[in-house]
Design a protein around this ligand. Structure first.
Ligand SMILES: [Zn+2]
Length: 160
């Protein structure tokens, strides 16, 4: 069982490793704005638990197990960010919230949210509906736009 902190570390290590092949204490410390001794302690713990390969003077890489956790956490993160932005939340807030929610999200909930995005991305009424909803979030104005009066819709009308 991984903790929230484990997941954040593995996620950051994964992106650093992708960039340069390995991650050093310094890289992770900069990224998380923590002291090197805190990061070293965490590297030892993650190594003992089998998530990373840690050599004292080299950089770390992820084990299969560590990679799997990083992948799943990142997947949940980007899905959540999409979902929140889909609702009309600004990108910065969506990123901040996604980073917190990713750790506690039940897979069943994650699945339903993913389906929600898929559903409202279809090229039909459900897409129109979510676009009205976003407008409603931003302006508080409820729009009723049927195909006959769509021209006058502030979101879908001509000139928008
Ligand atoms: Zn409309």
């Amino acid at each position: 069982m991984t903790t929230e902190r484990d997941e954040d570390y593995l996620k950051i290590i994964a992106s650093i490793v992708e960039e340069k092949g390995y991650a050093k204490v310094k890289d992770v410390a900069n990224e998380l704005e923590l002291g090197p001794s805190t990061v070293t302690g965490m590297f030892k713990k993650l190594d003992k638990e089998g998530y990373i390969n840690y050599e004292k003077y080299g950089g770390v890489t992820l084990t299969e197990k560590g990679m799997e956790i990083a992948r799943k956490t990142r997947e949940k993160y980007s899905m959540l960010k999409d979902f929140l932005m889909h609702l009309g939340i600004d990108e910065k807030t969506a990123e901040e919230d996604a980073c917190k929610i990713e750790h506690i999200l039940n897979p069943k909930t994650a699945q339903a949210l993913k389906k929600f995005i898929e559903f409202t991305d279809k090229e039909d009424e459900s897409r129109i509906w979510i676009e009205h909803f976003r407008y409603f979030v931003q302006t508080g104005e409820y729009i009723s736009c049927s195909p006959e009066n769509r021209d006058k819709c502030p979101v879908h009308g001509k000139g928008n």
